[in-house]
Design a protein around this ligand. Structure first.
Ligand SMILES: [Zn+2]
Length: 277
């Protein structure tokens, strides 16, 4: 599943290619699972709207839309409307030339004034498309910009393991399994430790590690552990830099102790029993 760095990579890639363009027409597959807003509403809001900015909120890609002529109605599509794309497990957002063959499992095609098409492709259909008139804020706090004090406050009195708390999207949004494991490794904290019992110093270390790991992954274009590709179809390669994730039994890159795998909160979890306390 794409995590924060992959989603950010896709959002940035799409932004660079489509911002400032107007959506000329919209085609949708009308497969019910994919459309959180009805396909009719999506087409109505998107057609004729200008894409001002594409960015990431949590793990959701958000396109800010505006319309020429200002407020015509309070309906979606008036200034402030947003198009939300959640990639789910296998969703991809591609900017393609109309001549490029439309891949199987394409669920939406937005024809743009610049001549390209923005396509949403999703084989397993856990991805979601919707439109909203309220500014989408996501369920939790943004891990890249949260302050130390707010970060520390998130985990106060939490009895769950820190690994599970990091994955709790209502606390921090966008952190998934890979980056939770990697951040805990870099902070030297075992994943089963009770979140509420971590010291201030440990939590400050964890916040710094999380930011470092996420920013590094964004710089490298995200991980491509599934069939994730960025907006141009180039696979990211952060997985080459994983220290613990998916490295069960392999030597720790810091101390050579074999990496262990446990299950925390139902999720596969990897750590170094020597480097993490
Ligand atoms: Zn180690």
């Amino acid at each position: 599943m794409p995590e924060l760095p992959e989603v950010e990579t896709v959002a940035n890639g799409v932004h660079q290619r489509v911002h400032g363009q107007t959506i000329v027409s919209v085609w949708t597959s009308n497969k019910p699972q994919t459309f959180k807003s009805s396909p009719e509403e999506i087409a109505e809001v998107l057609t004729g709207a200008r894409i001002d900015r594409v960015h990431r909120v949590g793990k959701t890609i958000v396109a800010d839309l505006s319309r020429k002529g200002g407020t015509k109605s309070a309906r979606p599509g008036s200034p402030g409307a947003q198009f939300l794309v959640h990639l789910g497990m296998t969703g991809r957002l591609l900017v393609s030339s109309p001549e490029t063959e439309v891949p199987a499992h394409t669920h939406a095609i937005l024809t743009l004034s610049g001549g390209k098409e923005l396509r949403f492709v999703d084989a397993r259909r856990f991805g979601r498309l919707s439109v909203t008139t309220e500014v989408y804020g996501g369920p939790g706090q943004e891990p890249l910009t949260i302050s130390n004090e707010d970060f520390i406050a998130l985990f106060r009195n939490r009895k769950t393991p820190i690994k599970a708390a990091l994955l709790n999207q209502s606390l921090l949004h966008g952190v998934g399994n890979i980056y939770a494991d990697e951040a805990l490794f870099h902070a030297g904290i075992r994943p089963r430790r009770q979140a509420g019992r971590l010291t201030r110093d440990e939590l400050m270390r964890l916040r710094a590690a999380l930011v470092k790991v996420l920013k590094h992954a964004i710089k490298l274009g995200g991980s491509s552990v599934s069939d994730y590709v960025d907006a141009e179809g180039v696979a990211g390669f952060f997985q080459l830099h994983h220290r613990v994730y998916s490295r069960t039994g392999q030597p720790c890159r810091t101390c050579t102790t074999p990496i262990e795998r446990i299950v925390v909160g139902g999720r596969s979890t990897h750590f170094c029993p020597t480097c993490q306390k």
